[in-house]
Structure formats: structure tokens, C-alpha cells
Design a protein around this ligand. Structure first.
Ligand SMILES: Nc1ncnc2c1ncn2[C@@H]1O[C@H](COP(=O)(O)OP(=O)(O)OP(=O)(O)O)[C@@H](O)[C@H]1O
Ligand SMILES: [Mg+2]
Length: 365
């Protein structure tokens, strides 16, 4: 087992800088998830750690050892990709054993490791089958098994579940969490799936255009996003963001003017807030409530989405602003009717004109 450290890692492809100075310390045994929009550099960063790409500058350390110049084989890592890349003519057993055979391990040792790995992933009955005789989920478990038997110091996963259907994705995600709990091996996992990130990660690294926007425990990013980018990225449906002006500040209590001419008073504001300042108000759909009626903060219902266990109601606040309100169970609002939005001041996030978080409100209730 081993920690991973990145020091000012940069990567150019031609003249394009894709990774722009990443510093990161991953503790031994930690499960770290890289998330971020498509093209932000998640796979590239993982490949730099694996040694599949060379860094343009900076250093990569695994278990305290500088491996910046080391080939992948010498880094003690095992990688699982989206495509399983199993050998079609080999059985599951042979697929899992192949890497160990190449490294010259003894047969008894290979058998023991393959059987242990197969048991961990519950594919013990499949060892004599060929990949074409397996479901997608089983194939991905074999690919994970092939990584496990190598007993790496660090597991690297690049969207390992994205080829699976929804139910299998959940099942295999739980499998990966169990596996990590059992082996305690350091893991770095790339995904675009928020639920995977939130549920698997000890810490999430949110990347954007080759830079880290924020690193923290999943609930840290959810409750205390460092900036507008993180606020908008973490959470589904997305956080509502509204332009606002600080109308007055009385005894440290700011009053904000919102689109549509509404004003809301906050119980307390960040010290640096000044009257007249432009800010962005953020509030998560699940922290808003609805009541029927006219007058007050709200507007007509434009769309209702019923999800069964929850619902989303979209309320037209002003010409350019649609607010999402999420509630449990079935919606009681109908399209076209006017509703009042109940906005708990404690759930409000504020961001300055540059997008930096001003006040890290804990959600109410
Ligand atoms: N070999 C390459 N040559 C040139 N550009 C590349 C190469 N590999 C990646 N890139 C570029 O680097 C950027 C980051 O790519 P990367 O694959 O790391 O993104 P990603 O975050 O994994 O995206 P996705 O979520 O779509 O998988 C992209 O703009 C991509 O086009
Ligand atoms: Mg990728």
C-alpha cells in the first residue's frame, strides 16, 4: 500500500496545456475520485500517475518514491479501464493469471491469488468461461479481478462502470466499495457520475480545465463549495444560482435584492460584504419549499417532473430565471399555477463577483 503525491504536474499535448500545475497528496489507503466536465483532464492525470503518459514538468511520487521517470510496470499500479480489454480466446482464469505468469510467479501462488480475487468479486463459478460467455457486468468484474491479483500498491480506475446498465452499475459500484474496504488499497477513480463520486470517495478532486477547483470530502463539496464552479457541478439537480445585489446591511444583516424585485434578509453575512455589491445567491433545489398562493417570492410553475420518490418543480421567477425546487414523493403543484418559494436563509450560499464563496452556509434542516 502506498500514498500518491503530485507536485506541480503539468502536461502539454503540442502547444495545448491540458494539465496546468496540479498539486495533490493522496494518503495511503485513501479512495480518491477525480470528477469534472468532459475534457477537463481526468484521464490524462490518471495516465500520468500510471506512467502511460510522460509529464511535461513536475513530479509523481508513489509510496514516497519519485517515479516520474519510471515505466508503468515499475510503479506498482494496476489500472481498470472502461473497456474491459479481456483476451477473448482465454478463459476467465487465464485472463486473470496472465499478468502474473508474465511476471514469473509460481503456479501455486498464481492459483491462490486468482482464487482469492475471484472469491472477493464473486466470480468463482465463472473461471472456466470465455469472456463472450459473460455479461458486461461479469466482464468488468473479471477486469477488476485481473487488477486485484497483481496486488498493486495503487488501483487506478478510469470510468470502469460507464459501459454497464444502471442496475449493474449500482451493483458493481457496491462491489468496488466492498473491495476497497477489504483490501484497503489506495484507489484513484475517474468518473463523471456524481453518485459514484459521492458514494465511493473519501475525497473528491474536482477538476476543471486542467486545474483543481476543490479537494474535499463529498459532503464538504456539497455543503461548502469553494466557488461557483463547484457549486454548480456538485449536486443534482443543479444548485439554483441567481444574480443579486446587496441592498442594505443593518447590524451585519444583509438584505439582498433578487431578480423580479424580491428582497430577502439574511440572518448574518460575511464580513467582507458591502452595500451595493453584486453577488450570486445559490440555493439547492432540495432546500427550497413551495406553498400555493400569490404574492411573495415565487412565480408560475412551468414544468413538473415526477420521479416517484421525489419530484422537481420548475418555477419561472423572472424572465430569465427558472428556479428548481425538489421535494419528496409526488408534487402537489400543477403547471400554470402560481406558487410561493420558501427560501430558508440558512441554506443560502453567496459568491462574490469573481465567483468565490463568501459565506459557507450550512443547509437549514
Ligand atoms: N494524446 C492526446 N493528444 C492531444 N490531446 C489530447 C490527448 N489526450 C487528451 N488530449 C486532450 O486533453 C484534454 C483532456 O483530455 P482527457 O481525456 O484527460 O479528458 P477527460 O477529463 O478524461 O474527459 P472525458 O470525461 O471526456 O473522458 C482534452 O482536451 C483532450 O482532447
Ligand atoms: Mg476520460
Amino acid at each position: 500500500m502506498a500514498g500518491v503525491r503530485l507536485c506541480q504536474v503539468r502536461k502539454h499535448f503540442g502547444r495545448t496545456e491540458v494539465i496546468r500545475g496540479v498539486d495533490l497528496d493522496i494518503a495511503d489507503g485513501e479512495f480518491v475520485v477525480f470528477v469534472g466536465p468532459s475534457g477537463c483532464g481526468k484521464s490524462t492525470l490518471l495516465r500520468l500517475i500510471a506512467g502511460l503518459e510522460e509529464v511535461s514538468s513536475g513530479a509523481v511520487l508513489i509510496a514516497g518514491k519519485d517515479v516520474t521517470e519510471a515505466p508503468p510496470k515499475a510503479r506498482g499500479i494496476a489500472m481498470v479501464f472502461q473497456s474491459y480489454a479481456l483476451y477473448p480466446h482465454m478463459t476467465v482464469y487465464q485472463n486473470m493469471a496472465f499478468g502474473l505468469e508474465l511476471s514469473g510467479a509460481r503456479n501455486a501462488e498464481i492459483r491462490a491469488r486468482v482464487e482469492r480475487g475471484a472469491e472477493m468479486l464473486r466470480i468463482g463459478e465463472l473461471l472456466e468461461r470465455k469472456p463472450r460467455e459473460l455479461s458486461g457486468g461479469q466482464r468488468q468484474r473479471v477486469a477488476i479481478g485481473r487488477a486485484i491479483v497483481r496486488e498493486p500498491k495503487v488501483f487506478l480506475f478510469d470510468e470502469p462502470l460507464s459501459n454497464l446498465d444502471a442496475a449493474l452499475r449500482v451493483q458493481t459500484r457496491v462491489e468496488i466499495a466492498r473491495l476497497h474496504a477489504k483490501t484497503g488499497t489506495t484507489a484513484i477513480y475517474v468518473t463523471h457520475d456524481q453518485v459514484e463520486a459521492m458514494t465511493l470517495a473519501d475525497r473528491i478532486v474536482l477538476l476543471n480545465e486542467g486545474r483543481i477547483e476543490q479537494v474535499g470530502a463529498p459532503l464538504d463539496l456539497y455543503h461548502r463549495p469553494a466557488n461557483l464552479f463547484v457549486a454548480g457541478f456538485i449536486g443534482s439537480p443543479r444548485m439554483n444560482l441567481l444574480p443579486a445585489t446587496v441592498a442594505t446591511i443593518e447590524a451585519g444583516r444583509p438584505s439582498l435584492r433578487l431578480p423580479g424585485g424580491y428582497e430577502i434578509a439574511l440572518p448574518a453575512g460575511p464580513g467582507e460584504l458591502e452595500a451595493g455589491a453584486s453577488v450570486t445567491l445559490g440555493v439547492r433545489p432540495e432546500h427550497l419549499g413551495l406553498t400555493q398562493g400569490t404574492g411573495g417570492f415565487g412565480g408560475p410553475v412551468e414544468l413538473v417532473e415526477e420521479l416517484g420518490e421525489s419530484h422537481n418543480v420548475y418555477v419561472r421567477l423572472a424572465r430569465d430565471h427558472l428556479m428548481t425546487v425538489r421535494g419528496e414523493g409526488a408534487a402537489s403543484s400543477r403547471v400554470g399555477e402560481r406558487v410561493r418559494i420558501d427560501l430558508p436563509p440558512g441554506a443560502v450560499h453567496l459568491f462574490d463577483a469573481a465567483g468565490k464563496a463568501l459565506r459557507r452556509a450550512a443547509p437549514a434542516g
